[in-house]
Design a binder for this molecule. Structure first.
Ligand code: ATP
Length: 509
């Protein structure tokens, strides 16, 4: 981490709350400067600006930085800090108008991939609140802990496994060199009470993963939907973890969403299915148009592998702060259904009616991805800055989000060249027609070039411009976000042309 200290200036502009990044300093040759402030500290007491330039990995070649992504997300209404007017809530974020559209599209793409395109996978939406015995059976009450250390001097808090071993050995804070406390085990589950009595009998947990909702419904789904092994159950939903360190924007948060699919297989076929699901999950990201050079596999070594897992791989993405887990593909053996059998007393064996009523506890292959972490990945992957050379002006740059058109929050923006002479009405009519099939936006404010830039920054793949020629011959200009090329298309053919463009979309940069 690079830390720059500068004297306090009054001109600091409030930026983000929560964590310790509070004020953004103007463009004094730095990309972004943040002031480090304890939120209880009066402003007048501050004397330094500290610039924790988020760790930037030398391996990372993209144009994004976490600061740029966070700033763009806020400016354009993708993601806001939760309860910002009260100083923000650490580990929680709100998805604004563009963010919720992007998140829904990513969830939709995953849901389609898993359920619509796989006859042997069905969906589920289980409750967040589950019987507390669930979490005893799953091992979360006992084992879902992080090792926590605090610095006695600067009060920074760390996960022991995320700071250098030499600091642990020397009990030395990696930030200020102060003395570290002994390691404590800290359970990540949020615990609360259900009902009026706050006693041990009323304890309930906010689920820390969606998977358990699938396991406890596995028998219901077999019976109600006559599923036969091998089959899968897919679910998207909220999960909660009392994370010690929430940093890097929405990468690691206390409230987040997961997209999990649990695939039930006959023991002995598990390795084959495990490999198959690894292939399928890799192909999925390729289909989404993600830069595949930024993805890699990481196999869990013996010290990382959960005690019940036979094999586990993570798909990692090269974020601006380095390679980080995006999704896990795990062979969980018969551990989960075995434990739920033991704790619930219910027989969760599968009866294979096509094979002499053979009984067995299925093995589970899990694919578990963070939805909100995928939002961050897609934002970083799509982010680009480009000098707009054809203008012949060195200062003319654009920021563009090169989302796959299927993921873009707005698919098509319609704009009249001028507000007058009936062009606005004509453009609104075209937008009304496109609305049924596409997510649209309408913009008539400012110069056309600026309007295109605004749409580029929101990741809108197509802009349709209505001009005087439209009045004469019924054609409009379609402008493509990535190439900035423009073509004229009869307005009657617009909806079909856009569908073809989306289907044929290939990322060019
Ligand atoms: P990590 O090592 O990053 O803490 P994990 O191995 O504990 O993750 P899993 O329990 O396997 O994660 O969860 C599956 C997926 O859920 C992760 O790959 C990640 O995408 C997402 N995820 C897990 N924890 C968080 C979190 N605190 N915030 C956002 N997404 C998360």
């Amino acid at each position: 981490m690079c830390v720059t200290a500068l004297p306090w200036r009054d001109s600091l502009e409030p930026c983000f709350y929560g964590g310790n990044q509070l004020f953004k300093f103007g463009d004094k040759g730095y990309d972004t400067l943040y002031i480090h402030q304890d939120s209880l500290f009066p402003k007048s007491n501050l004397s330094y600006i500290i610039c924790p330039m988020a760790e930037q990995q030398s391996e990372y070649q993209g144009k994004a930085t976490m600061e740029k992504i966070t700033s763009l997300a806020k400016r354009r209404g993708f993601v806001f800090q939760s309860s910002e007017i009260y100083g923000g809530q650490n580990g929680a974020w709100d998805y604004g108008p563009l963010g919720i559209e992007l998140k829904n599209r990513i969830a939709g793409a995953w849901w389609k991939e898993m359920t619509q395109l796989h006859d042997d996978i069905v969906g589920l939406d289980a409750a967040i609140l589950m019987h507390p015995r669930t979490w005893e059976a799953s091992g979360h009450v006992e084992n879902f802990t992080d090792p926590l250390v605090d610095c006695k001097k600067c009060k920074a808090r760390f996960r022991e496994d995320q700071i250098p071993a030499e600091n642990i050995a020397a009990k030395k804070c990696p930030d200020c060199g102060g003395e570290l406390t002994d390691t404590r085990k800290f359970n990540l589950m949020f615990k609360t009470h259900i009902g009026p009595a706050e006693d041990t009998a009323s304890i309930i947990y906010l689920r820390p993963e969606t998977a358990q909702g699938i396991y406890v419904n596995y028998k219901n789904i077999i019976q109600s939907n006559r599923m036969k092994i091998p089959f899968g159950i897919a679910q998207i939903g909220k999960a909660f973890r009392n994370e010690i360190v929430t940093k890097n924007f929405i990468f690691r948060t206390c409230e987040f969403e997961q997209m999990e699919m649990q695939y039930f297989v006959k023991p002995g076929t598990d390795e084959e299915w495990f490999n198959e699901w690894r292939k399928r999950r890799w192909a999925y990201y390729e289909k989404l148009g993600v830069k595949m050079d930024n993805l890699r596999w990481h196999q869990h070594g013996p010290d990382e592998l959960a005690h019940y897992a036979k094999d586990a791989y993570d798909i990692e993405y090269l974020f601006p702060m380095g390679w980080r887990e995006l999704e896990g593909v795990h062979n969980r053996t018969d551990y989960d259904l075995g434990r739920h059998t033991e704790y619930s007393g219910k027989d969760l064996q599968y009866i294979d009616q096509e094979n002499n009523n053979e009984r067995y506890i299925p093995y589970i292959i899990e694919t578990s991805a963070g939805l909100t972490r995928n939002v961050l990945m897609i934002l970083c992957d799509a982010y680009d800055e480009e000098q707009v050379a054809d203008k012949g002006n060195d200062d003319d740059w654009r920021t563009v989000l090169r989302f796959h058109p299927r993921l873009a929050p707005v698919t098509v923006a319609v704009m009249p060249l001028m507000k007058k002479d009936g062009l606005a009405e004509l453009a609104q009519g075209i937008r009304a027609e496109l609305k049924e099939d596409y997510a649209t936006d309408y913009d008539q404010a400012g110069a056309i070039g600026r309007r295109y830039r605004r749409q580029d920054e929101a990741g809108t793949p197509f802009c349709v411009t209505v001009d005087y020629q439209t009045k004469e011959d019924g054609t409009v200009t379609v402008r493509f976000r990535d190439s900035m090329e423009q073509v004229r298309v009869p307005k009657a053919e617009l909806a079909v042309r856009l569908r073809e463009e989306i289907k044929a979309y290939k990322r060019i940069k």
